[in-house]
Design a protein around this ligand. Structure first.
Ligand code: ATP
Ligand code: MG
Length: 370
């Protein structure tokens, strides 16, 4: 292995830091994503074997502390758009992310044509064409539940609905809202819905809703049970009083673990299954990935699409990232520019484990018919 000199290390660290900063300023660096960005970048550094280990270690710590400082500054400041900083901060205290003007659009998502058309017609258009939708007697009935295996765009879809309809986006992370002290959880819930009403028109996204509104009979914590009851009351109230101000979108990987009261008619009438990508959709995202990398050579997207049944959209993106990282690593080692070839991708396919059994997929497919 070629040893790295100080200048190489400096360049690697500098690039890693720049990548992290780009991630922060693109608004991606929030809660779980910040950690992902950080881990990915640190992994890419530690993948580089250097003789001057102590020096690299020192530099990695410097990078970490720079990054941590940046995260602290960011979270203290909230999103700094004029006028929204205060709300961002208030939502952040309740474990929610507030984006005043989301820019995500349906066109950012590959495939999913039917789902996108359906959401456009039933959620986006009634907001954008308010008068016309009133003339047609159309109103948004209740909320939307997106369910399906992880990594197939539920969160992206929720953000894109907000972007298309010109709504602010509020994403709730249930773990932060929860508080075991008597009355505190209820207060957090009340505060969240009060802020939601104050900042409408908006979209309230309840992610991992099965942990927010679990079946009451399976929970032995009274705070959770009281929380479920109060959440259902607040959701009802929001739907009745604020009919053209807030859209509620919930998402889950485990729809059968949600309290049945949430799924009663009039609450989340639209239940949309967001499945694993079909072969055509896999081909679409593979072609998109190929168009983004400079160093792909002789790669047959049909073969890869055929070999990746059971992969999620996120798995497919990860597959290309892994193969590219490998080529980058070899390029650094050999001091050349190595292409990513078909064999590299095929090697990586074997390392990505498909966790979805056909039984689980059937369970999803049957859920809405219940
Ligand atoms: N239709 C799509 N087009 C392009 N990229 C996609 C698509 N769906 C998912 N992705 C990629 O997968 C990543 C994960 O998507 P997302 O977070 O929306 O999945 P999810 O269904 O909400 O997963 P989870 O259930 O784990 O929350 C995205 O950041 C994006 O890179
Ligand atoms: Mg998600």
């Amino acid at each position: 292995m070629r040893s790295k000199n100080q200048a190489d290390i400096d360049t690697i660290i500098k690039r890693a830091y720049e990548r992290f900063m780009a991630c922060v300023s693109s608004g991606n660096a929030y809660s779980g994503n910040t950690e992902n960005c950080l881990n990915e970048i640190l992994q890419s550094i530690s993948a580089i074997n250097v003789d001057t280990a102590s020096s690299l270690g020192q530099r990695v710590s410097t990078l970490k502390s720079l990054i941590n400082q940046r995260i602290l500054v960011k979270s203290k400041r909230g999103e700094t758009e004029e006028g929204s900083a205060d709300y961002s901060q208030q939502f952040a205290e309740l474990g929610a992310r507030f984006i005043e003007k989301p820019t995500r659009k349906f066109s950012d998502l590959k495939g999913m044509e039917e789902i996108k058309r359906n959401l456009m017609a039933t959620v986006v258009y009634p907001f954008v064409y308010k008068e016309l939708s009133k003339e047609f007697g159309m109103s948004l009935n209740g909320g939307v539940l997106l369910y399906g295996p992880p990594g197939n765009g539920k969160t992206l879809l929720a953000e894109a609905i907000a972007g298309e309809a010109g709504l602010s986006f509020i994403e709730l992370n249930p773990a932060y809202l929860y508080n075991e002290y008597f009355g505190k959880y209820e207060k957090n819930i009340a505060d969240l819905f009060r802020l939601t009403r104050q900042t409408s028109p908006n979209l309230l996204f309840l992610d991992e809703v099965e942990s927010l509104i679990p079946r009451r009979e399976t929970s032995d914590q009274s705070a959770i049970k009281r929380g479920v009851t109060q959440l259902l009351i607040e959701i009802n109230r929001l739907m009745m009083e604020n009919t053209d101000g807030t859209v509620i979108v919930a998402a889950t990987n485990l729809p059968w673990e949600i309290d049945p009261a949430m799924l009663r008619p009039g609450r989340f009438d639209q239940k949309i299954y967001v499945p694993l990508p079909s072969s055509d959709e896999r081909k679409e995202i593979i072609t998109d990935q190929l168009s983004k990398g400079y160093y792909f050579k002789d790669i047959d997207s049909n073969i890869i699409a055929n070999m990746t049944e059971g992969f999620s959209f996120a798995d497919l993106i990860y597959l290309f990232k892994r193969a590219t990282q490998q080529a980058f690593f070899e390029s650094v080692e050999k001091g050349t520019k190595e292409h990513v070839r078909m064999g590299d991708i095929l090697n990586q396919i074997g390392t990505i484990r498909r966790v979805y059994s056909s039984d689980l997929i059937r369970k999803y497919e049957l859920f809405n018919g219940q």
